[in-house]
Write a protein that binds this ligand. Structure first.
Ligand code: DHB
Ligand code: MG
Length: 221
């Protein structure tokens, strides 16, 4: 079993189950053309986030790591009238591309892109009295995941769903000696979640067009 098979199955499942979406395809093409790395979530992962948000009736969503806005579009489409997505992006050029992509998707009014290091923007949100958020998606620099998780908790209420991307890293997450800072960041994050009595959580391995990785899913008790 290899990535070609996983991709073929993703294409089969997505061809059957996901609507054809020229906006999202254009967003990916333009993000790639603008030089963004191809590290957006996969389409079915986007639909998973959207379905989680819908099933929760989420009205306030927080995303840490916007990139080109691909996952933000999936999430923002779940919002009811008046609902809002706040998304934090470190790189101004990426935030600019994301803004254009959200405009193209007709979602710019529902989405606030905050430009800056999330380790600074998240405490600002807390100071501003933002939240609680109904769903929080963590998908930014892995070495800071533990900090992001702690801020996410401060912006949560009982029932808040917290999802984190990239917690398996091709299986390298099981290697305590890994010299990859992203792996060590994910391992620290998972340990922090495990020790946190305020959440109930699980990790899920995934394969597909984005290779072998996984999600962490937690709900605030
Ligand atoms: C990387 C980051 C991601 O969020 C992802 O989904 C895949 C790869 C990266 O920085 O390499
Ligand atoms: Mg990711």
């Amino acid at each position: 079993m290899d990535r070609a098979t996983w991709t073929a199955v993703d294409n089969y499942l997505n061809g059957l189950l996901l609507p054809n979406d020229e906006v999202l395809e254009g967003v990916l093409a333009d993000s790639s053309g603008a030089g963004l790395p191809p590290i957006s979530i996969a389409p079915n992962q986007g639909m998973l986030l959207q379905l989680l948000a819908r099933s929760k009736g989420a009205e306030a969503i927080l995303e840490i790591g916007t990139l080109g806005g691909y996952s933000a579009i999936w999430l923002a489409r779940s919002l009811p009238p008046g609902g809002r997505l706040t998304t934090i992006e470190l790189e101004p050029e990426r935030a600019h591309i994301a803004h254009q992509n959200l405009e193209r998707a007709g979602l710019a009014e529902k989405v606030e892109i905050r430009v800056g290091n999330a380790a600074r923007e998240l405490p600002r949100l807390i100071d501003e009295g933002a939240g609680p958020f109904d769903l929080i998606f963590i998908d930014a620099d892995k070495p800071q995941y533990t900090d992001y998780f702690r801020y996410a908790l401060a912006l949560s209420a009982p029932g808040t769903v917290i999802v984190a991307d990239n917690v398996v890293r091709g299986g390298e997450v099981v290697n305590p000696e890994s010299e990859d800072a992203t792996v060590q960041g994910v391992r620290s994050f998972l340990a922090a979640v495990a020790e946190e009595p305020r959440v109930t959580a699980m990790g899920l391995q995934t394969v597909g067009s984005k290779g072998y990785d996984g999600f962490l899913l937690a709900v605030v008790n």
